[in-house]
Design a protein around this ligand. Sequence first.
Ligand SMILES: *Cc1c(COP(=O)(O)O)cnc(C)c1O
Length: 493
Amino acid sequence: MQRLLAGRGALALRAVVGDDALRDALRDELDALRASLADAALPPDRDALAAHVDRNLALRAERAGKRRLRPVINATGVVLHTNLGRAPLAESVLDEVTSACRGYSALEYDLDEGTRGHRDSVVRGLLRSITKAEDAIVVNNCAAAVLLACTALAAGREVIVSRGELVEIGGGFRVPDVIASCGATLVEVGTTNKTRAHDFERAITERTGALLSVHQSNFAIVGFSQRPARDELAQLARSRAIPLLEDLGSGALVDLSVAGVGHEPTVQEAVLGGSDVVMFSGDKLLGGPQAGILVGRSPWIDRLRRHPLMRALRPGRIVLAALESTLARYASGRATSELPALRAITEPVERVEARARALRESIRAHGFNTDDTRGGHAPVAVDLSIEPTIARVGGGTLPLAELPSRALVLRAPSDDGQRRLRAIERFLRTECDPPVVARLSDGALWLDLRAVSEREVDDCARGLARALAASHAIGELDFSPPLPGAVPDTDEP
Ligand SMILES: *Cc1c(COP(=O)(O)O)cnc(C)c1O
């Protein structure tokens, strides 16, 4: 123990995790060692064992020193990838967040009056002017927004929802369960494919707390189908003095059909169409931080603001700073050019292709000959090509939209080649800094460039060059297949 504690590995680990965790780690290592020696045939060599433990402690130090929440390069072709944190923040937004959060900030302080202010007012003005809604509040995420609205406006009462909208958004967010957890009773109307305003009208009683409309974010019903028109539901709700709540999810503030991406209902449409409370995420099509935003008519929003749950669901200043700064890009008309997610979604495919070419060039610049991927002595050649792909918006938005894209594709058809591709994929993910998340499918490794920014191309190339070089030492790599689910290739919003 004494000798090991003085070793380089132990010293490195102590510097990262402290004395107690070092002792725990050392005890684990010694236990593992004893277990593995229990049935060893030869007597152990003390120096070799000490070196072995020291190496393991050094590895632990290296791993412990890395942040869990590390930046990664998203080469999956899914722009708003929920497993990878959805919308990246703009550089200029981050600068403003840093300056707002480094010291104190006027979070709940009215500088004009010198009195207590409200954190609501940080983004309320911007949200009102951008969405044309009367009032606005912000909570932790869109799920929290729905929870707050249904609890505050319909607890102990009934919420009417179309059967075509009793959806699961992902990660356990199922509309019927959310309504139940609010202490409200779900009343289903219509059918899976067709629901009319008349179905809602017949279901309204004196027990009705709200009408709820949920955007079919991550799927589409096509063919013989019908949803009630928003303005009919709005009229109905108003005539009975109950609120029409609309869970919009993605929260587009600009019409993406202009860029040829496809139509996602915008927040402005929902507000103008008469929904009383419109709820949406901050980190989907809005392109900002995780947040849930509620905009709508004053009397309803004000009831939400004063509900006790509000305090539990409100965001902190880091989120509010990022949201204010992101919304300011909309106010100045620069959202599509400055917010990375919107830029990635609307960018012409020629620019994506230019990055794919730059990536291939850069691999060469990092010392890897892309014309001879055998590298002289590798057992299996890997073929590198630039090919058309279809990228996705992701985040459960625009499920049918196909974004034309380009990928750098690695192919190696033989069995050994397939093992080599799996090794490269794994190396990119586990050994590169920043890690590169690519996609293995149809026997090839795809690096889609749509969600890879220009400033990431060089890091990506360096990672690939190293991965290709490492995969030459084919016998030394661990070729076990990637852990199930380790490569997020499905998009759960
Ligand atoms: C994504 C989504 C949600 C959940 O939003 P979070 O911000 O992830 O909580 C809720 N409703 C709809 C319709 C969605 O698309």
